[in-house]
Design a protein around this ligand. Structure first.
Ligand code: TXA
Ligand code: MG
Length: 335
């Protein structure tokens, strides 16, 4: 079992940061909070440490990792070319939940990029993450700190549950404020292209760049996928998750599934009161605003998994840009 150290999320204690840096320098793995979700970090320039990240997660070696940096200057150091578009985006969104895919410099280990010739870079907007990167004096390769295809962690407890045995140190900085992963944008072509929808929305990107290509829905897995980590099944709770259009449809699922008395999770946006839910329904209202909903979504899925619900019914979220990252994660969780 790895060690857990509490850390002040706004003013990280220097001694805690120093300990994390010591573990990273020794080739170890440190889980740390970012504003989106917890990351499972290794020194990005230490190939064998990076390989340990894949082993710990059970992640296929071809799925590239994000290199977390302090600012654009260090990101440029990992890139063979730095498009002007990239600078416009970092000025607007860094530090923050935006990841840029650029051409990889040759000194960056292959393993970080899953053997490809690109690299994903992001400066996280979290004092703990930034302090550890600064202390290490170099990039930290970090995927979300969950086991492959399971739910991303927004609390240290989620990390400990899934990866407690394989991580050397967990920095517990409390809940993540954003709760959903960064938007991944490929800036190598003439037009920027979203590879994974996330906390920064398409209209926000268009405001800075003008043209941006949205991600193509329903692109098949495997051959030709631009973002190899985006397999169809992902972010999945243990219980089967179904997306439904009404309280009545959710009600029917609860009655169906919970016949044996088992609890069934129901996830709604707004007020679930005034509707008569059957016994066994565990109703969770995450909020009418996408920001509130995103902050609570993964923690709620973790909670329902812990309880051991037999199924989860989720009321469909709006089909618009502000909700697209949430809709994407729910679709994947439902497969
Ligand atoms: O918010 C986040 O992005 C969190 C925190 C910890 O920073 N990290 C995260 O990492 O979600 P991960 O590994 O779970 O997801 C990274 C995504 C995957 O979809 C992966 O395919 C894509 O970024 N990605 C990474 N490097 C890439 C590359 N070189 N080319 C294309 N896609 C890449
Ligand atoms: Mg992930």
């Amino acid at each position: 079992m790895g060690r857990v150290l509490a850390v002040d999320p706004l003013h990280p204690q220097p001694a805690v940061v120093a300990e994390a840096v010591r573990v990273l320098r020794g080739g170890g793995l440190v889980a740390f909070p970012t504003e989106t979700v917890y990351g499972l970090g290794a020194n990005a320039l230490d190939e064998s440490a990076v390989r340990r990240v894949f082993a710990a997660k059970g992640r296929p070696l071809g799925h590239p990792l994000i290199a977390h940096v302090e600012a654009e200057k260090s990101a440029r150091g990992l890139a063979r070319a730095w498009p002007e578009m990239a600078s416009r985006l970092t000025i607007a969104f860094w530090p923050g939940p935006l990841t840029l895919v650029v051409d990889r410099a040759t000194h960056v280990p292959d393993a970080v990029s899953g053997g490809g010739d690109s690299i994903a870079v992001r400066a996280p907007a979290h004092p703990v993450a930034l302090a550890v990167i600064a202390g290490l004096g170099g990039p930290i390769a970090a995927p979300s700190a969950n086991r492959h295809q399971e739910i991303s962690p927004t609390l240290a407890a989620h990390v400990i549950k899934q990866l407690g045995d394989v991580v050397d140190l967990v920095l517990d900085g409390g809940p993540c404020a954003t709760g959903i992963e960064s938007t991944v944008v490929d800036v190598r072509g003439a037009t920027a292209r979203i590879l994974r929808p996330g906390a920064v929305t398409l209209p926000q990107l268009r405001e800075v760049l003008g043209g941006v290509e949205a991600r193509v829905e329903g692109a098949p897995d495997g051959v030709g996928r631009a973002s190899p980590g985006m397999g169809a099944r992902h972010y999945a709770p243990r219980a089967p998750l179904r997306i439904v259009d009404s309280f009545a449809a959710a009600h029917a699922i609860v009655e169906d599934v919970s016949a044996g008395g088992e609890p069934v999770g129901v996830i709604v946006q707004g007020d679930p009161h005034g509707f008569k839910w059957p016994k066994g329904a565990m109703v969770r209202a995450l909020g009418r605003e996408p920001g509130d909903y995103a902050r609570l979504l993964y923690a709620t899925l973790h909670e329902l998994d812990e309880v051991g619900v037999a199924a989860i019914a989720v009321i469909r979220v709006p089909d618009d840009d502000a909700w697209s990252a949430i809709a994407d994660r729910l679709r994947r969780a439902a497969r």
